[in-house]
Design a protein around this ligand. Structure first.
Ligand SMILES: *[C@@H]1O[C@H](CO)[C@@H](O)[C@H](O)[C@H]1NC(C)=O
Ligand SMILES: *[C@@H]1O[C@H](CO)[C@@H](O)[C@H](O)[C@H]1NC(C)=O
Ligand SMILES: *[C@@H]1O[C@H](CO)[C@@H](O)[C@H](O)[C@H]1NC(C)=O
Ligand SMILES: *[C@@H]1O[C@H](CO)[C@@H](O)[C@H](O)[C@H]1NC(C)=O
Ligand SMILES: *[C@@H]1O[C@H](CO)[C@@H](O)[C@H](O)[C@H]1NC(C)=O
Ligand SMILES: *[C@@H]1O[C@H](CO)[C@@H](O)[C@H](O)[C@H]1NC(C)=O
Ligand SMILES: *[C@@H]1O[C@H](CO)[C@@H](O)[C@H](O)[C@H]1NC(C)=O
Ligand SMILES: *[C@@H]1O[C@H](CO)[C@@H](O)[C@H](O)[C@H]1NC(C)=O
Ligand SMILES: *[C@@H]1O[C@H](CO)[C@@H](O)[C@H](O)[C@H]1NC(C)=O
Ligand SMILES: *[C@@H]1O[C@H](CO)[C@@H](O)[C@H](O)[C@H]1NC(C)=O
Ligand SMILES: *[C@@H]1O[C@H](CO)[C@@H](O)[C@H](O)[C@H]1NC(C)=O
Ligand SMILES: *[C@@H]1O[C@H](CO)[C@@H](O)[C@H](O)[C@H]1NC(C)=O
Length: 446
């Protein structure tokens, strides 16, 4: 194994630098010498700050096992580098000095959280075998690197958590094997419809565009991306309504549209998303009713529709969502009764309906939701008394019922709630004394 490895033991760093310099100045078509991969990597290392060079100490000429044993590298059977995969090492430099033309067999480049900055060298586009390219969580900047669209072998591309700007380039239509595209947390901008039009024929399974500056509305062509499992469009500047074509995405597991300026109704086709586990529509301007079709989302475990303008009553079909772990409907204009069958949601650990216009009683079945740790029903128009069944919620830590029209006395069963740290009952019409044992564990903060 040692003898088959091509590492150049005798060349000094100075020689290497000259070779690298000559190489990058000469015609790109020039034949690469056998040890060009090690030259390219050591040439790059030599340009990094001293501290970073120390972090890559295995990249050295005296490493007897050769470059295939260097940290972060993987080779093929012919000792040619196929993967450059380094994460959480503060390299603190740029990629400009790395001669990718000398590393033609790379299939994988991963630099996650490496304190890298600057732009992406365009010679990356000559890596015709590259399938995975991940520069997540660095400080790269500059316009959208359109040349990435020429790496037609790409399957996985992440530029997330950097400072890139610009719009998704037209060259992306040719990335016919791309299944994963993560551009989260940059400053990408432009009309979302134009962007989706460019990529709607790609076999994307994950499309992550959250926390950027995309504008315009979600186009109906989103429905062509039928392989999508994750669609993240949260924290942008999107407007318009959710197209009913979203219902075509029947593999979708996570739909994040939060913190935009989306208006209109929740389309009834949402009920077709039978694989959906997380639905986050919070912090938009969505109005109209919650469609009863929501009850068909049998895989749902996170439902957040809070801080919108939803009205009408909560459909009784939500009680079909027995796998829900949280239900956030707060900050809307929902009216009518809390569905009497809510108690079916026995996995729920937090139940937040505060700041709506709900009326009627707290349903006694609430006592069946034995996983509950917090209940926020404050600032509604709920009436009647606290059901004694609440005494079964032994995990309950927060019970917030303030600003309602509740009355009667607190049931003695409340003494059972030994995990309670916060009980907020102000602005109601309760009467009588607090049960004598209510503070017996002395854990209250409120
Ligand atoms: C790199 O790609 C560019 C653009 O496709 C091309 O013009 C150039 O000849 C390529 N260089 C090499 C060494 O293949
Ligand atoms: C970097 O290391 C070289 C010797 O390896 C030394 O001459 C130089 O002063 C160091 N630079 C800094 C900034 O420490
Ligand atoms: C070179 O790398 C080997 C491991 O691959 C390491 O044991 C050795 O200390 C390194 N030498 C220098 C000078 O950093
Ligand atoms: C890349 O792989 C091919 C095919 O295995 C091989 O012929 C070539 O020498 C490799 N390139 C380098 C720079 O090692
Ligand atoms: C990169 O390396 C890490 C840990 O060494 C590994 O978990 C990950 O799967 C690798 N990524 C790729 C794309 O090979
Ligand atoms: C990034 O890497 C540094 C080490 O360079 C580490 O301390 C930090 O926790 C990493 N950050 C993340 C989010 O992984
Ligand atoms: C990164 O480099 C910059 C300047 O090149 C320097 O100011 C900074 O302290 C370095 N950070 C680390 C973690 O080495
Ligand atoms: C796309 O993937 C298929 C199947 O893995 C492969 O045969 C084809 O060569 C790839 N296309 C490109 C442009 O790499
Ligand atoms: C993106 O939006 C933020 C917040 O509105 C703004 O500060 C920033 O300048 C915008 N960036 C671009 C590239 O449009
Ligand atoms: C309740 O859930 C089941 C299984 O997920 C589903 O078949 C049924 O259609 C749902 N009922 C309603 C009223 O949504
Ligand atoms: C739910 O609660 C109601 C009223 O407290 C009770 O009659 C019913 O048996 C409970 N159902 C389950 C499945 O625990
Ligand atoms: C009090 O809690 C226990 C479980 O710790 C439960 O068995 C009992 O039914 C509860 N009592 C009331 C009155 O809810």
């Amino acid at each position: 194994m040692i003898s088959s490895c091509k590492f150049p033991h005798i060349l000094s760093v100075t020689t290497l630098l000259i070779l690298v310099a000559v190489h990058s100045d000469s015609s790109p078509a020039a034949a690469v010498p056998p040890s060009s991969e090690a030259y390219a990597l050591l040439g790059w290392k030599s340009q990094l700050p001293n501290k970073s060079r120390a972090l890559l100490s295995s990249w050295n000429e005296s490493s007897t096992a050769g470059l295939c044993s260097w940290e972060g590298l993987t080779c093929d059977a012919w000792q040619s580098v196929t993967s450059l995969n380094i994460s959480h090492v503060a390299i603190n430099g740029t990629l400009q000095g790395l001669n990718f033309l000398s590393l033609p067999n790379l299939t994988t480049i991963v630099f996650i959280n490496c304190s890298l900055s600057g732009g992406i060298p365009s010679t990356i586009s000559n890596l015709s075998k590259l399938t995975t390219f991940d520069l997540g969580l660095n400080s790269f900047s500059g316009g959208f690197p359109a040349f990435l669209g020429y790496i037609t072998s790409l399957q996985y591309l992440s530029l997330s958590d950097n400072y890139f700007t610009g719009t998704i380039p037209g060259s992306f239509t040719t990335l016919t094997n791309l299944t994963y595209l993560n551009l989260n947390a940059n400053e990408f901008s432009g009309d979302l419809s134009s962007a989706i039009r460019l990529i709607s024929s790609l076999p994307l399974q994950n499309l992550l565009l959250s926390s950027n500056n995309f504008t315009g509305s979600i186009p109906s062509s989103i429905g062509e991306l039928t392989k999508l499992t994750l669609l993240y469009l949260g924290n942008n500047m999107l407007s318009g309504s959710i197209p009913s074509d979203i219902g075509n995405l029947n593999s979708l597991q996570q739909l994040y549209l939060q913190s935009n300026s989306i208006t209109g109704f929740i389309p009834r086709t949402i009920g077709n998303l039978s694989s959906l586990g997380r639905l986050w529509l919070l912090d938009n301007h969505i109005h109209g009713p919650i469609p009863f079709e929501i009850g068909k989302l049998g895989s749902l475990w996170q439902l957040d529709l809070s801080q919108n303008s939803l009205n009408g009553s909560i459909p009784s079909t939500v009680s079909n969502l027995t796998g829900l772990s949280f239900l956030y409907l707060y900050g809307n204009q929902l009216s009518g009764l809390i569905p009497p069958d809510v108690g079916n949601m026995q996995s729920l650990y937090t139940f937040q309906l505060l700041s709506n216009e709900l009326t009627g009683p707290i349903p006694p079945t609430i006592g069946n939701m034995t996983s509950l740790e917090s209940i926020y029903l404050s600032t509604n128009r709920l009436s009647g008394s606290i059901p004694k069944e609440m005494g079964k919620l032994v995990k309950l830590r927060e019970l917030v019922l303030a600003d309602n029209q509740l009355d009667g006395s607190l049931p003695v069963e409340v003494n059972n709630l030994t995990s309670l740290t916060s009980l907020q009952l102000s602005n109601n019409s309760f009467s009588g004394n607090l049960p004598s044992d209510i503070c017996k564990d002395g854990v209250f903060r409120n």
